[in-house]
Design a protein around this ligand. Structure first.
Ligand code: NAI
Ligand code: 3PY
Length: 312
């Protein structure tokens, strides 16, 4: 079995030996420009078109959870991957725990008013603020898939009122489930903390805009852990400046890296990280892919298959 690997930043010297160990029967090689040798499977992130074009692969594995970059390239270059070749993505593989750490730490930061105490500290003011109550701190999770469900479970342990919104109804412990466009308004109404874990699809681009933000509770908070295109950044700035939104925590942006002169950098109530909310963990990703390849070789069903039409 021949496996080709391409990632613009991962170190092949670390990945290839681990892949060979997990797949002892396979020849694993780094794909380089001009390589049109045989391949059964491709492991990729931001793959060049010529890496995949014309190959009769048994499967392509994205080395991340979101496949938006691959699907948008496929839209421009449909010849890159024939329709019948299955595309898979990573499910969790250590990203769930990272998302839990990220979400819980920031929700507690807002809930315990550490943002307000930080502002008071800057004025050397010793002042005890009124405590927030859990019942006024409903958390709404956009996208209740693999990662959204994990984040919900971790916040459930902290006793917050929880709700989620997704295409179909979910049954998650302690979480009120809203489904579909017709229930979006009810989901937003009363949500104090909005956490985004939707995939990037034509339906979700620009979803977090002023009209949606205005339906949240006053003094709301927004956490974007999914993709920058979900948030209309000018609308978010407007809502922050009007006081509708009290704070935002952003991991992803409309342009990455975010240009140094972007107003989000300077906003005192915006916290930011450079798209690191959850990164691919080599060991877990390799175990997931090795299991999947093993199953595919035996003709069994495999987790993580992307529905190209649906877009995730
Ligand atoms: N910032 C970061 O470091 C990372 C960001 N991500 C992002 O997180 C996203 C979510 O990952 P997973 O949970 O693994 O995906 P998933 O596919 O398991 O979950 C997606 C959820 O969104 C819902 N959804 C999709 N389209 C919808 C629509 N139009 N209306 C309502 N609900 C809709 C689905 O029903 C599902 O519940 C990824 O697509 C990726 O973009 C993933 C990993 C790291
Ligand atoms: O896996 C993903 O989709 C990511 O965004 C990783 O950074």
């Amino acid at each position: 079995m021949e496996i080709i690997f391409y990632h613009p930043t991962f170190d092949p010297a670390a990945w290839l030996p681990a892949l060979r160990k997990a797949l002892p029967g396979a020849n694993v090689r780094e794909w380089r420009e001009g390589d049109d040798g045989p391949a059964d499977y491709a492991l990729v992130w931001h793959p060049p078109v010529e890496m995949l074009r014309g190959r009769e692969l048994k499967g392509v594995f994205a080395l991340g959870a979101g496949v938006d970059s691959i699907l948008s390239k496929l839209k421009a270059h449909p010849e890159m991957l024939a329709q019948h070749i299955p595309l898979f993505r990573l499910e969790d593989t250590g990203m769930g725990l990272q998302m839990q750490e990220y979400a819980v730490s920031r929700v507690l930061h807002w809930f315990r008013r550490f943002d307000d105490y930080q502002a008071l500290k800057q004025q050397a003011r010793w002042l005890e603020l009124e405590e927030y109550r859990r019942e006024d701190f409903t958390i709404g999770i956009l996208g209740a898939g693999i990662l959204g469900a994990k984040v919900a479970a971790s916040l459930h342990a902290w006793g917050f009122p929880l709700r989620c919104w997704s295409r179909s109804r979910k049954d998650l412990p302690g979480v009120v489930s809203f489904a579909g466009a017709e229930e979006f308004g009810a989901f937003l109404h009363g949500t104090r903390v909005l956490i985004n874990l939707l995939p990037n699809t034509p339906e979700t681009v620009g979803l977090i805009n002023l009209s949606v933000i205005n339906q949240l509770a006053d003094n709301s908070y927004i956490m974007n852990l999914a993709r920058g295109v979900h948030v209309v950044e000018d609308d978010l700035l407007q809502a922050l400046n009007s006081g509708k939104v009290k704070g935002a925590m952003l991991d992803v942006f409309s342009r990455e890296p975010l240009p140094a002169d972007h107003p989000l950098w300077a906003h005192p109530r915006v916290a930011m990280t450079p798209h690191i909310a959850a990164t691919t963990r080599a060991d877990e990703a390799i175990a997931f892919i090795a299991t999947a390849i093993d199953k595919l070789e035996r003709g069994e069903r495999v987790k993580g298959r992307v529905d190209r039409l649906r877009g995730y």
